[in-house]
Ligand binder design. Sequence first.
Ligand code: TYD
Ligand code: MG
Length: 452
Amino acid sequence: MAKVKTTFFCQNCGSQYSKWQGQCTSCKVWNTIAEEVIQKPEKSNWKPSADTTKRASKPLKINEIDTTQEDRLNMYDAEFNRVLGGGMVKGSLTLLGGEPGIGKSTLLLQIALKLSYKTLYVSGEESQKQIKMRAERINPNDNNCYILTETKTQNIFKQIESLKPDIVVIDSIQTLHSDYIESSAGSISQIKECTTELIKFAKETSTPVLLIGHITKDGHIAGPKILEHMVDTVLQFEGDRNHVFRILRAHKNRFGSTNELGIYEMQGSGLREVTNPSEILISEKDGELSGNAIAATLEGLRPLMIEVQALVSSAVYGTPQRSATGFNAKRLNMLLAVLEKRAGFRLGAKDVFLNITGGITVDDPAIDLAVVASILSSNEDVALPSNYCFAAEVGLSGEIRPVQRVEQRILEAEKLGFSTIFVSKYNKIALKNTGIKIQLISKIEDLVGFVV
Ligand code: TYD
Ligand code: MG
């Protein structure tokens, strides 16, 4: 009998070792190296047809390459299309990661049900009945979606050959296993092998494949890092489970920008595309409340008006607390220091709590000015007029710094009915005759005069 071939893999980063050791040399984590049985496949699983091998590629000049035929499939979901860069590229592999229960299966099933193309939804996690129940909540209409509950890649390919779907969805890559590898489903070598088989299939038949991937507790996609290198696009579905909003971002995209953002709202009947996010991110309220300020931010190319809430109160204990949700806590401390030093506010003995509403995390620096305004407003207990909004970065010496694409932010604020927008004096603004007042400020002290 042939000797069983085994190798050791780090379950954290996927590095390979010939013998066991306590600590992984590459990611420095202890006790993650485990033995996995591997067996080299004698023959490749997805056999290329005779004519594809004959038509071996030859070098072409870049302007000789034909790009006239449409290579993207419309997914009939504006948010999803935008994040992908204008639809799904044929023959591409897309990986969708996210926390358990965030709605990955719901999103892809919903898209599969909407499409008029023949779609195969392969699930290794739920039974056909469970998927049917979910589908009835989402979209009970007639459609062209086939459900297969199977985890063995060889069987999946057999079904694909007879069904010939236009799109394949796999839920999830961690449940698949290939006969050519002996280790259990979800192990590093299985994930690698199954993905390789799927890539071969996708490239040779020009069928796009969507994979769902689990993530580890520190937020990375479970399995080897190489998985992210192998696929063409890595999408992340995120959001706060206690909030209804879900955000779809591209972490890697070989066919488009990674700046784009898709927003969904989780409802009883599936995910709803949110086409005008600014309107929901700003909460409805009667009267003006102190500590609230609106920031005109930009995510990718998309303007987002976001509400910032601050609460400043006297510290009960010796050490004041500073806590921020949806905003970098270090940056909050820095802004507090700037307010203390440059504008003379004594915040050293105050508790400061900051919250970005809607469970969204923002990294656009233009939110700084709204954060400062909300802190001032709460500290003085004076409400800001609800038709003010802010878009500027705050520097260490208290200077108000310009932000990119300020005109787009101004136009969005105007469209939503704001009366005044505060921006940096150093921003070059070519807009004329706007219906909104553009208040230029250069120092943090200038802001103090306006808001308190
Ligand atoms: P699911 O897609 O199963 O998450 P994942 O595949 O990422 O683990 O989503 C499960 C959650 O979505 C569940 O908590 C219930 C909620 N949900 C709705 O609120 N409305 C719906 O129509 C559906 C189908 C799910
Ligand atoms: Mg799921």
